[in-house]
Ligand binder design. Structure first.
Ligand code: SF4
Ligand SMILES: [Zn+2]
Length: 345
């Protein structure tokens, strides 16, 4: 294990999982999303599983999903019970998004027959089902079983590439896979007539604001012909992570919303008709992407609107006095070794 992986692992050493009911999902709700170019209701389920296999070994530097996981065995019956609970609120939404704070295609998190039961039930009404997975679990065998279960319905896998830069992914994110691994998963998905959504991380630790803007834009450019959808996600500071460790010491500031806007505008110019979206967890708070607080709400609203409608002109009239401070930060941060947090935290 390298030092970064070792450090991430030690941060979780004293972690005691909260006592949670393995028969209840973390959350489920309905929200708006895009399906085939139209705004539709989407049903979202977050399953509570044992936890991501990579997170149990060491984990990514920004990921606190393990805080929602049980870290102990979740039986097949428990998972199916979670599914039944969520299904009581399912109203036949055509798009269903499944999250499990790990990899839905990892057999040690979700047993194959449970996975296939869930998918085949959903495919009776849904037109598209979206899950998440690390690339190592994207295999021909699993996808072939999935396609048998959902027949002609669309299957999408979200992969957290975070950055196309192998050095940044290894040394700032501790992701544990390479761009070539991601590319291989993309090829397998394509071969099996499935879609790929790629998550790109805005502002990993150790990068300056400016480096992070450049890294995200370069990533969008490198993956534009590989992925079907790009989802840009600014880091938010989650408990017991390396990012939180740095943030508490004023050595990390979550991304400015001005940076996010810049990346989305340039990203959209690069990808053309392909969809690019951005989900901001904790946006406007000190732990999430934020500006000066006065302008946060209107910028977050513009970003949500862009994610749904893909129109960059929603960013045209945004202005605030903190814009100049953001520009100053981009100019001078390199001499502060990325640790400038500024008056807006
Ligand atoms: S970001 Fe994904 S791969 Fe990394 S530890 Fe979290 S769940 Fe696992
Ligand atoms: Zn402002």
């Amino acid at each position: 294990m390298n030092e970064l992986a070792d450090f991430c692992s030690k941060l979780k050493k004293d972690f005691v999982p909260r006592i949670q009911d393995p028969k209840k999902p973390v959350r489920f709700w309905s929200e708006k999303d895009l399906l085939n170019g139209k705004v539709v209701d989407a049903f979202v389920i977050i399953f509570r599983t044992r936890g991501c296999t990579w997170s149990l070994k060491s984990g990514c530097t920004m990921c606190g999903y393990f805080n929602d996981s049980l870290w102990s065995k979740v039986t097949e019956e428990d998972l199916l019970k979670q599914f039944e609970t969520a299904m009581q609120k399912y109203n036949g939404e055509k798009l269903v998004k499944i999250f499990n704070s790990g990899s839905f295609l990892d057999d040690s998190e979700v047993k194959p027959h449970v996975r296939l039961e869930i998918l085949s039930r959903l495919a009776k009404k849904a037109d598209k089902i979206s899950v998440e997975s690390r690339p190592e679990y994207v295999t021909d065998d699993r996808l072939s079983d999935v396609k048998d279960a959902i027949q002609s319905k669309t299957f999408e896998v979200g992969v957290g590439l975070e950055t196309a830069n192998d050095f940044v992914r290894e040394h700032a994110v501790n992701k544990g896979f390479t761009f070539a691994d991601y590319k291989n998963a993309a090829d397998i998905l394509k071969k099996n007539d499935s879609q790929l959504k790629t998550y790109v991380l805005i502002k990993p630790p150790f990068l300056t604001e400016k480096e992070s803007i450049e890294d995200s834009i370069e990533t969008v450019d490198k993956i534009k012909d590989i992925t079907d959808i790009i989802s840009l996600n600014p880091t938010n500071v989650q408990r017991k992570t390396l990012v939180e460790y740095l943030w508490r010491r004023k050595q990390y500031r979550p991304a400015w919303l001005w940076s996010v806007v810049e990346i989305l505008k340039e990203g959209k110019r690069i990808v053309g008709n392909k969809r690019i979206k951005c989900d901001i967890s904790g946006g406007g708070g000190f732990r999430g992407a934020h500006n000066c607080r006065k302008c946060d709400r209107k910028i977050l609203d513009a970003i949500s609107s862009f994610s749904l409608n893909q129109e960059v002109n929603v960013f045209d009239d945004l202005e605030c006095e903190c814009y100049d401070e953001w520009l100053d930060q981009l100019d001078i941060e390199s001499i502060g070794f990325g640790s400038l947090t500024g008056i807006y935290g």
